[in-house]
Write a protein that binds this ligand. Structure first.
Ligand code: RB5
Length: 148
């Protein structure tokens, strides 16, 4: 699996830790985020990762800013993206199983490195369950198609 990762200035360190963790687990990771501490608008990273997911350059994405909120809102502006902010592993797992999220977001000022790794692991290990959830996700995408 190929994963795109994006971040703003507040999340450079955590991004590097997560990137290392994913590579150690055998994933291919493409870095779309900033690598320095100068102020960097999270929306640019969000758009890069989201486009990479939609174009099939990567299979899914992980986006990190200070809270995870701004970057997730920006990701969700790209048609076809289902991004969510998760600060614990349970929601991360369920977001994949039930909501078929294609981008996981969290906040470098909210979660520590070890918790972030657990969140990421639950998310990448989980698969969409389909069934009744497929109908609900299809309804979400219908709303997007009718309104965007
Ligand atoms: C940057 O200071 C901060 O606003 C950003 O990382 C993020 O938390 C926005 O949602």
């Amino acid at each position: 699996m190929k994963i795109g990762i994006g971040n703003d200035h507040s999340a450079v360190e955590l991004k590097n830790e997560i990137l290392k963790h994913l590579v150690n687990r055998g994933f291919e990771v493409v870095n779309y985020g900033t690598d320095n501490a100068e102020s960097y608008n999270y929306a640019f990273a969000a758009e890069k990762v989201s486009n990479a997911v939609i174009q099939g350059d990567v299979d899914c994405g992980i986006c990190i800013c200070g809270t995870g909120i701004g970057i997730s809102i920006a990701c969700n502006k790209v048609k076809g993206i289902r991004a969510c902010v998760c600060s614990e592993p349970f929601s991360a797992k369920l977001s994949k199983q039930h909501n078929n999220t294609n981008i996981l977001c969290f906040g470098a000022r909210v979660v520590g490195v070890e918790l972030a790794k657990m969140i990421v692991d639950e998310w990448v290990n989980a698969t969409f369950e389909g069934g009744r959830h497929a109908e609900r996700v299809a309804t979400i995408m219908d709303i997007e198609n009718r309104n965007c």
